[in-house]
Design a protein around this ligand. Structure first.
Ligand code: GLP
Length: 236
C-alpha cells in the first residue's frame, strides 16, 4: 500500500487526477470505477481541465459507479447519476452510454444487484477504482456490519451516514434510507484502488489502514488488496 500525504484538498485532487489520467493514457479503453461525495469533486475538476486542454481523451473510457440511492430518479439533483452527469460526464468527452451506475429505481433490487455485478464483470472488471471513505469507515455504501458483503446488494443506511449526507439535502427526512452498492468483494476485484480522504477523515483512515481488518470498519479490508494508493491531506 502506498500512502501519499498532500498539503491540502487542492494538492490531493491534482495528484488523484494525475493517477487517473495516467490510467487513461496507458489504457484508453480502460474501466474506471468512480465515486461520489465531496472528496472526488476536486479530482473531477482536474480531469475536466486536462480534457479541455487536450491532455486526456475519455472517448473510449467506460465508467462504473460504486453506488446509488434507492428511490431517486437520475434527474433528481440528489441522485448519484445526476451528480456524475454534472460533476464529470457532461464536461468531458465520454459517451454517456459508456457510463454506468446501479439503477436506484429498479423494481426488483435483487435482480438489479445481479445485473450490475454481471455488468461490471462483462466490461472486463475495473482497472482503477476511486474511493472515498465515510466517517464510520464505509466504502461505497458498505456500512459497518458482521461480514464483508461479497457482491452488489441493497443496504439500509446507518443513522450516521444519513446524518452526514443530510448536509446535501434540504431536510434530513429527504435523505433516502436505502441504497444499492457494489459489495466489498466487487470493490476488491479492481486491479488498482485509489482512496482519497480529506483531513476530516484522519482518524478513520488511521483506524482502517493500521487497525484490525474487520467488517466493522469496511475500509480496513483494503489492507488485503495488492495495489492500493491512499492520498490524504494535512489540511482542508
Ligand atoms: C457517501 C458515498 C461514499 C463516499 C462517502 C464520503 O456515503 N456513498 O462513496 O465515500 O459518502 O463522502 P464525502 O467524500 O462527501 O465525505
Amino acid at each position: 500500500m502506498r500512502i501519499l500525504e498532500t498539503k491540502n484538498y487542492e494538492e490531493m485532487s491534482a495528484l488523484a487526477a494525475d493517477i487517473i489520467g495516467a490510467q487513461v493514457l496507458l489504457k484508453p479503453r480502460c474501466v474506471l470505477g468512480l465515486a461520489t461525495g465531496s472528496s472526488p469533486i476536486g479530482t473531477y475538476q482536474k480531469l475536466i481541465e486536462a480534457c479541455r486542454q487536450g491532455r486526456l481523451d475519455f472517448s473510449q473510457v467506460r465508467t462504473v459507479n460504486l453506488d446509488e440511492y434507492c428511490g431517486l430518479t437520475g434527474d433528481n439533483p440528489q441522485s448519484y447519476r445526476y451528480f456524475m452527469d454534472h460533476q464529470l460526464f457532461s464536461q468531458v468527452n465520454i459517451p454517456r452510454e459508456n457510463t454506468f451506475l446501479p439503477d436506484g429505481m429498479a423494481q426488483d433490487m435483487e435482480e438489479e444487484s445481479r445485473r450490475y455485478e454481471a455488468l461490471v464483470a462483462s466490461l472486463g472488471g475495473v482497472d482503477l477504482q476511486l474511493l472515498g471513505i465515510g466517517h464510520n469507515g464505509h466504502i461505497g455504501f458498505n456500512e459497518p456490519t458482521d461480514s464483508f458483503p461479497p457482491t452488489v446488494h441493497q443496504v439500509e443506511l446507518t443513522e450516521s451516514t444519513i446524518q452526514a449526507n443530510s448536509r446535501l439535502f434540504d431536510r434530513i427526512e429527504d435523505v433516502p434510507t436505502q441504497a444499492i452498492t457494489m459489495g466489498v468483494g466487487t470493490i476488491l476485484k479492481a486491479d488498482k484502488i485509489l482512496l482519497i480522504a480529506g483531513a476530516d477523515k484522519k482518524s478513520i483512515v488511521e483506524e482502517a489502514l493500521y487497525g484490525k481488518v474487520t467488517p466493522q470498519v469496511p475500509a480496513s479490508v483494503l489492507q488485503l488488496h495488492r495495489d492500493v494508493t491512499v492520498i490524504t491531506c494535512r489540511e482542508g
